[in-house]
Design a protein around this ligand. Structure first.
Ligand SMILES: C[S@@+](CC[C@H](N)C(=O)[O-])C[C@H]1O[C@@H](n2cnc3c(N)ncnc32)[C@H](O)[C@@H]1O
Length: 321
């Protein structure tokens, strides 16, 4: 009996609950969407609901200048926005450059992410990865740039960088920080969305969105916007977290609840994509995934490294068809 209860609880946590004969139990808000529902959502291009928890306010009180200004945007320009997710980032925007703060995992992962980006972009664009400014001549957009943790080293590597984020506070912090160094002060930061840049007919040699897709309202639409921003035969790089048992244990239970690396509730397990799902939605957006790598953490050294293990954190490099 106890083991059945435990098994049912785990299944519910993972969204693997079969149809319940009693439609009122358990309450709907306790159940994550089933894998079947998630696949249906991904493969049918239907927009994701803003939140799976109806007890959350329909519109969190953040539309007061903290996020992208909707008045100047068409409906299509905001289709990737998930208000509840943006509210989480607006709340901790001041901490972007605190290397020991909530964004510590991104700071620590950054050198490893940059290794992947430098090697894939240099190979694709036939550039020398060993020179001082290997990305010289490339126009890159960093979508969901946050405080600019990635935009800045891309600029130092010689790229012409545009950083965009839907949270106004993030863009302000990014601007202030980039202005501290002449090598990064040329970065163009804008509070906007990828969809809005598409409307403006912007195009880039490389479009990068790291740790963003799990926070957007509709991953398939988001990838279509990323593809539309990429020049023909240009590059797209996306990193995210796999929807696996291991990611539930490490990226949520360990990182948020045991080690307190991230604020509780930073990630919704059901919003993660498997590598197969990401490859599929990229393919449907005319981007062919060419290379993928996992990030693994070594608790002894406190460092991340690239690996074939894509069971938790992974990064994909694709080219526009
Ligand atoms: C986990 S942070 C990643 C920041 C940065 N890419 C990095 O890896 O260092 C996710 C960022 O995406 C932004 N974001 C979420 N949805 C967005 C959207 N639809 N359009 C633009 N930015 C978005 C958030 O405001 C936040 O700054």
């Amino acid at each position: 009996m106890a083991s059945k209860l435990l098994r049912n609880t785990i299944h519910r946590m993972l969204g693997l609950v079969p149809k319940n004969p009693n439609p009122n139990f358990p309450p709907k808000r306790l159940i994550a969407p089933t894998c079947e529902a998630l696949s249906a959502r991904l493969y049918s291009d239907v927009a994701r609901p803003v939140s799976i928890d109806p007890s959350l306010p329909e519109k969190p009180p953040i539309d007061n200048g903290t996020t992208v200004d909707r008045k100047n945007l068409n409906k299509g320009s905001t289709s990737s926005l998930n208000e509840a997710e943006l509210a989480k980032f607006a709340a901790i925007a001041e901490t972007w450059w605190d290397a020991e703060g909530p964004f510590k995992p991104l700071h620590v992962m950054n050198p490893t992410r940059l290794t992947f980006i430098r090697s894939t972009l240099c190979r694709h664009f036939r550039k020398n990865p060993y020179c001082a400014r290997p990305l010289e001549g490339l126009k890159i957009v960093d979508v969901g740039c946050g405080g600019g943790i990635l935009s800045e080293p891309l600029a130092r590597m010689g790229a012409t960088v545009t950083g965009v984020d839907a949270v106004e506070k993030n863009i302000k912090i990014a601007r202030l920080h980039a202005d501290l160094d002449p090598l990064t002060s040329a970065i163009e930061y804008r509070c906007t969305t990828a969809e809005k840049l598409v409307e403006e007919h912007k195009e880039f040699d490389a479009v990068i969105a790291l740790e963003v897709i799990e926070h957007v309202a509709d991953p398939a639409e988001f990838c279509k916007s990323l593809a539309a921003l990429t020049v023909s035969d240009g590059a797209t790089v996306i990193s995210t977290i796999n929807r696996s048992m291991r990611s539930y244990a490490t990226a949520i239970i360990a990182a948020e609840y045991l080690l307190h690396w991230l604020p509780k509730g930073t990630h919704q397990w059901s919003s993660f994509l498997t590598p197969e799902e990401l490859v599929l939605i990229l393919q449907r957006a005319s981007i062919t995934a060419q290379e993928m790598a996992g990030f693994v953490y070594n608790p002894l050294t406190g460092r991340w490294s690239l690996s074939d293990d894509i069971s938790v954190n992974f990064i994909a490099f694709g080219t526009k068809n």
